[in-house]
Design a protein around this ligand. Structure first.
Ligand SMILES: Nc1ncnc2c1ncn2[C@@H]1O[C@H](COP(=O)(O)OP(=O)(O)OP(=O)(O)O)[C@@H](O)[C@H]1O
Ligand SMILES: [Mg+2]
Length: 261
């Protein structure tokens, strides 16, 4: 379980990224965080793997306060908590396989990984992970030769290879077209359900949030202003979270891709 208690984060320039946030996220939940630009969505997500460090309060994962973590504890935390980024964060000039197997880094150690000393089990796991997102046929391609959607699937395969307990995804579909966005969200949801990996996703689009989330957390100015099951959310809820009427831009639209690549 992830537990934020009176959690606040003030950036060095004085901006309040999080303000007295209190929330519990249970194992296996699929949570979508929504809110306008600057609401604190990324700050919330990044706090959970300590890419940023809250300035007061407690942040417990499985009853341990991760705000105390340094060195080895921090590395272990980042092995346990995987991350997916808007820009995929792949090593562009490396092959898909190399990118995916680097998910084992936290388990294997840096030296072994530099020397490419991955075990047969790790290689098999990397291949299995690629298969789960239907991209095993690109295993020897260079990452930068893939489309955006394919690159994001590779980054999902990398996170799977890491075997995390929690996956954080910061705007994972913001650079993708609508059908590809749905495809990526479906893989995230499938993994969440099959492996019971707690998943926290920041999304800009209302329709996608409602379609994939079990639970929606709405943020405004660093505070949680809504927290409830996706089934209870409607247009008015979003207007309250955003503090303004819904616009066309808030909805991703577009049809889902029927083909499997
Ligand atoms: N490194 C930083 N230094 C100072 N202020 C920051 C920093 N990162 C974020 N902020 C500020 O903290 C607030 C929350 O930012 P955050 O990036 O968490 O918002 P967000 O909801 O993810 O927005 P977006 O939808 O644009 O990604 C904003 O006012 C932002 O300008
Ligand atoms: Mg953000």
């Amino acid at each position: 379980m992830i537990e934020l208690k009176d959690l606040s984060l003030v950036y060095p320039n004085g901006t309040q990224g999080l303000k007295d946030v209190n929330v519990k996220i249970n194992d296996g939940e699929f949570v979508v965080i929504v809110g306008l630009s600057g609401a604190g969505k990324s700050t919330f997500i990044r706090s959970i793997n300590r890419l940023v460090t809250p300035t007061s309060g407690d942040l417990l994962i499985d009853n341990e306060n991760i705000l105390d973590y340094r060195g080895k504890d921090l590395r272990n935390l980042r092995t346990k908590v995987g991350m997916i980024f808007q820009n995929y964060n792949l090593v562009k000039r490396s092959t898909v396989m190399k990118n995916v197997i680097s998910g084992r880094l936290g388990h294997t150690g840096t030296l072994k990984s530099i020397l490419n000393l991955y075990s047969k089990e790790d290689m098999a796991l990397a291949y299995e992970s690629l298969k789960r997102v239907n991209i095993e046929n690109k295993i020897y391609s260079r990452a930068d030769q893939l489309s955006g959607g394919q690159q994001q699937r590779v980054s999902i395969a990398r996170v799977l290879t890491q075997q995390p307990k929690v996956v954080l995804a910061d705007e994972p579909v913001a650079s993708l077209d609508p059908p590809t966005s749905h495809q990526v969200m479906k893989y995230l949801k499938k993994i969440n359900q099959e492996d019971n990996i707690t998943t926290i996703v920041n999304l800009h689009f209302i329709d996608m949030a409602m379609e994939y989330a079990d639970r929606i957390i709405g943020m405004r100015a660093g505070e949680i202003v809504f927290d409830g099951p996706a089934s209870e959310v409607n247009e008015q809820t979003f207007e309250e979270i955003y503090g303004r009427p819904i616009k066309e831009d808030d909805i991703r639209g577009g049809k889902e891709d029927v083909e499997t690549p």
